[in-house]
Write a protein that binds this ligand. Structure first.
Ligand code: ADE
Length: 420
C-alpha cells in the first residue's frame, strides 16, 4: 500500500461512486484526459497538490495521473476533505493522499509537509499555503521546483504580494484569473454552493429573510443573486466604490456593515480579508443571527472576539452550527467554525462548474511544463486562446451552438474606415 493518511480505507467504494458521478458531469476534463492518455504531457513530472479533496479534485488527480504525473495530494483546508474520496484515491488509484476531514492545524501542516516530502517539480495550490511553506520553511527544496499553479483569488493575491516583494522563486500560473474560471466557478459555483452549505447546516428558510453579503467580488455577486433567487432581501456591504455602485445598480441595498448589523438575519463574508465581521458588528446583531464565511480563510469573522464576548462555551446545536450566547443574552450561530461553509457543510461547487476550473488546471500544468524555463518568477495567466477553447468545449458538451462572424463582419471589425 502506498503511503497515505486518510480516515478509513473502507470508505473507498463509496468514494469511487462519488468520483464516477462527478466525472460524468465533467466532459471537458474527460476530453483532456483522452488526449493526455495518448500524449502523456506530464510524464515524469512530480507534482504536490494542495487542493480541497473532493470528488471533482479526484477527477483532476486521475486526469493528471493518466497524463503521466507522479502526484501526491494533501488538503487545502482542514474541513473540506471528503473522506470517502480520499480513501478511494489511495485504494483504487494508488495516489498518496494526506487529508482527513476535521484535522487540527498541526495535522494540516504535517500533511502539507508530507506532500512536500515528495520533492515536487510543480506545486498546485488552493490558497497558497504550499508555496508559502516552501518559501518560508523549506527553502533548500525550491530550486527543484519548475513552476506552480494557484486556484483561488486569495492565493493569487498572496502570490502577487510575493512577486512584488521579489521573493517568489518560481513562476506560478493564476488559474483563478482565467475567464473560464472566475466568471463561472467564483460566481455560479460559490453562489450555489454557499447557499447549499447554509441550508444544509441550518435548514432555515431564506425567503423573506435579510441576507447580508459582505463583499461584491465575483463570489459576492454570485451569492447575492442566488440568495435573491431564494426570496431573501439582500443587503451588500463593500469598501470599493465601484463594486458598491455595481451592487446598487444590480438592485441590491448597499449599507455599511455597522448599519446592516442590526437588520440582518444571515451574514456571509466573501471578501478575502480579515475581521470583516468584528466585535462591534456582532454586538449589534439580532438574537438568532446566523454567521458564515465563504472566503478561503477563517479570518473574515473575528472568532476570538466572538469567544471573548460570549458566556461560557458555545453549544454545538446542530452539526456545523455553534451557538454562542453573548453577555447581552442574544444567541449568535456560527457556521462551520467560520471556515468556507460551501465545503465544510456541503460538497463545494458542483462538478459541472469545476469541469472548467480543472480543465484550466490540467492545461495550465501542461502549459507551465512547456514554458516555465522562459518565464520570470512572476504570476501568469493562461493564454486567452486556451481559455476560449475551454469555453468552446464546454458549450459543445452542452449541445449549445453559436454563430460565427462572416468574413465581411470580421473585416469590418478589423477596419476603421467605414462610419455612418
Ligand atoms: N472549490 C470549491 N468547490 C470545489 C470543489 N467541488 N472541488 C474542489 N475545489 C473546490
Amino acid at each position: 500500500m502506498i503511503e497515505h493518511d486518510v480516515k478509513d480505507l473502507n470508505l473507498a467504494t463509496a468514494g469511487r461512486y462519488k468520483i464516477e458521478w462527478a466525472e460524468s458531469q465533467m466532459p471537458v476534463l474527460q476530453l483532456i484526459r483522452e488526449r493526455f492518455s495518448k500524449e502523456r504531457p506530464l510524464a515524469g513530472l512530480k507534482i504536490s497538490a494542495c487542493l480541497h479533496v473532493t470528488s471533482e479534485t479526484a477527477a483532476l488527480a486521475r486526469t493528471m495521473q493518466v497524463g503521466g504525473a507522479d502526484l501526491v495530494l494533501c488538503a487545502s483546508n482542514p474541513l473540506s476533505t471528503q473522506d470517502e474520496v480520499a480513501a478511494s484515491l489511495v485504494a483504487n488509484d494508488e495516489i498518496p493522499v494526506y487529508a482527513i476531514k476535521g484535522e487540527d492545524n498541526e495535522t494540516y501542516y504535517r500533511h502539507l509537509n508530507a506532500a512536500l516530502d515528495h520533492h515536487p517539480h510543480m506545486t498546485m495550490d488552493d490558497g497558497c499555503d504550499l508555496v508559502s511553506v516552501l518559501h518560508k520553511e523549506r527553502k533548500n527544496q525550491i530550486s527543484e521546483v519548475l513552476a506552480g499553479t494557484e486556484e483561488t483569488t486569495t492565493g493569487v493575491i498572496r502570490l502577487r504580494a510575493m512577486a512584488k516583494e521579489k521573493v517568489l522563486r518560481y513562476p506560478v500560473l493564476a488559474v483563478n484569473d482565467s475567464m473560464t474560471k472566475h466568471f463561472f466557478d467564483n460566481r455560479y459555483g460559490t453562489g450555489q454552493s454557499t447557499v447549499d452549505g447554509i441550508v444544509r447546516a441550518t435548514n432555515i428558510l431564506l425567503a423573506g429573510r435579510t441576507f447580508v453579503v459582505c463583499g461584491y467580488g465575483w463570489c459576492g455577486r454570485g451569492l447575492a443573486s442566488r440568495a435573491r433567487g431564494m426570496g431573501a432581501q439582500v443587503v451588500v456591504t463593500e469598501v470599493d466604490p465601484l463594486k458598491a455602485l455595481e451592487a446598487l445598480m444590480d438592485g441590491f441595498q448597499v449599507l455599511p456593515l455597522s448599519e446592516a448589523s442590526s437588520h440582518g438575519d444571515i451574514f456571509v463574508t466573501v471578501t478575502g480579508d480579515k475581521n470583516v465581521i468584528d466585535a462591534s458588528h456582532m454586538q449589534a446583531m439580532k438574537d438568532g443571527a446566523v454567521l458564515a464565511n465563504s472566503g478561503h480563510f477563517n479570518s473574515e469573522i473575528n472568532i476570538p472576539a466572538l469567544e471573548s464576548m460570549s458566556k461560557g462555551e458555545p453549544r454545538q446545536i446542530r452539526p456545523f452550527v455553534q451557538q454562542y450566547t453573548l453577555e447581552n443574552g442574544r444567541h449568535l450561530n456560527l457556521l462551520g467554525e467560520g471556515r468556507l461553509i460551501n465545503l465544510a457543510a456541503a460538497e463545494g461547487h458542483p462538478a459541472a462548474v469545476m469541469d472548467m476550473s480543472f480543465a484550466n488546471q490540467a492545461l495550465g500544468l501542461e502549459f507551465m511544463r512547456a514554458n516555465a524555463k522562459t518565464l520570470e518568477n512572476d504570476v501568469y495567466t493562461i493564454p486567452e486562446a486556451i481559455d476560449r477553447e475551454i469555453a468552446r468545449l464546454k458549450l459543445d458538451s452542452m449541445g449549445v451552438k453559436i454563430d460565427t462572424l462572416t468574413s465581411e463582419q470580421a473585416a469590418y471589425l478589423a477596419s476603421w474606415q467605414e462610419g455612418t
